[in-house]
Write a protein that binds this ligand. Sequence first.
Ligand code: MG
Ligand code: ZN
Length: 221
Amino acid sequence: MKEIIKLEKTETIETEKDILEVNKKIAEENREIFESYGIRAFDVMGSVGAGKTSLIEKLVGRLKGKYSIAVINGDLTTTIDADIIGKHNVRVVQINTGRECHLEAHMIKKALEKIDLKKTNLLFIENVGNLICPSDFRLGTEKRVVVISVTEGQYVVVKHPLTFLDADIVVINKIDLAEVMGVNLDKLEDEIKNINPNIKTVRTNCRNGTGIEDLIRLLNL
Ligand code: MG
Ligand code: ZN
């Protein structure tokens, strides 16, 4: 017989609640900063390798003529993604979180000190590659975008329901590999909508740019 262990509410969770409360307050402050400077801000979340950097790179490439863009890159230790985005001559601020597996609002607030806010009207934040806890920490952005890749398999959505409950747009990336991965895209979309009927989905191939224009429309950019 199989045994299932369900964790009960503990004091640790209470402490976590406090952290989340503090984060919520700072996220509100960030939102006020964005609004006062007329900056449209988007949080991009997803696993390592889902295509967050490629997506931001494609968006920056298409939008840099129209907007003055800044990018904040969260990463445990490397600057690989920030270096890639930096080639596009936009302001890039790297946040190395060390052991922290998600960005928190206070980190964004600090990063904003390194951006000329008066000269910025569009901000993309690449969260740390992780499909779980970034969703608990709102950063103050207008919308939250989750990037998933068909290479994560058919069950990536049902195994991470909370992430989709709290997001606005889901980008389903690497659709060119769906068949070889045996992933049913319609089913994936149904599962996302079952968790959150208000969520918008878009299918992309960030390598060749398929779907990027659809996403730009969804972001209202
Ligand atoms: Mg990346
Ligand atoms: Zn985390």
